[in-house]
Ligand binder design. Structure first.
Ligand code: 13P
Length: 249
């Protein structure tokens, strides 16, 4: 059985004090126990958040990392550094990283390797732009993003990979992919993984949907056969909305 996961990507929001407050409110919520819950605060809040969440069902993830183990990369954070404060999961390939920080498939493949070398789990993001969808190229784009960054991995590494489909046109725009659009793409993604590896492996990979998921649409999106959870941006900053999305399963 593949895992159901709801992950909150805080992006560049919440300083140390705000993070402590949001985490303490999260801990007061009643959350369904069969859903894995992850939050991804900024680097400066990872340690305090993971300390506060110890013993709960919520864990933390980093939003990014560098591919090198250490060295002259001013301003960067390595997998080993994250591991040293107990962070076991990292989000890689977010469209904002690709768009604003020029992260290419080749760079992401190196980050994937570094995360796995350091025994971290990866939430790997990808998704097409609006122009790709309008021209009917969405599957080609998504297929190549997955292939270029992940298909060099041996099958044995895939238990550490979670996929997150985030159509760029739906991020922070209030426009969500319809549940059918999400299901169609998720089925395509699973088939793509199956064609490269095996149906057994593809069946075990959790595929999350991200892009304007809110309490009002979460239930319908999560009800789709190949949607195994969500990667939540804006609504993860509001504890009531986030709880209601988690409990939408
Ligand atoms: P929104 O939920 O704010 O659209 O953001 C989605 C996202 O980018 C999560 O990584």
């Amino acid at each position: 059985m593949r895992k159901q996961i709801v992950a909150g990507n805080w992006k560049m929001n919440n300083d140390y004090v705000d993070s402590e407050l949001l985490v303490s409110k999260l801990l007061e919520q009643h959350i369904h126990s069969q859903t894995e819950v992850i939050i991804a605060p900024p680097f400066t809040s990872l340690l305090c958040s993971s300390n506060s969440l110890k013993g709960s069902q919520i864990t933390v993830a980093a939003q990014n990392m560098h591919f090198a183990e250490n060295g002259a990369y001013t301003g960067e954070i390595s997998a080993g550094m994250l591991k040293s404060i107990g962070v076991e999961t990292v989000i890689l390939g977010h469209s904002e990283r690709r768009a604003y920080f020029n992260e290419t498939d080749a760079i992401l493949a190196k980050k994937v390797d570094s995360a796995l070398r350091n025994s971290m789990r990866i939430i790997f993001c990808f998704g097409e732009e609006l122009t790709d969808r309008k021209s009917g190229n969405e599957q080609a784009i998504v297929g190549s993003q997955i292939k270029n960054a992940l298909f060099h991995l041996p099958a044995s590494e895939w238990e550490h990979v979670v996929l997150a489909y985030e159509p760029v046109w739906a991020i922070g725009t209030g426009e969500t992919a319809s549940p059918e659009q999400a299901q169609d793409m998720h089925a395509f993604i699973r088939k793509t993984v199956e064609n490269k590896y095996s149906s057994e492996l593809a069946d075990e990979v959790s595929i999350l949907y991200g892009g304007s998921v809110k309490p009002a649409n979460a239930k319908e999106i999560f009800s789709k056969a190949d949607v195994d959870g969500g990667l939540i941006g804006g609504a993860a900053l509001d504890v009531a909305q986030f709880r209601s999305i988690i409990n939408a399963f």
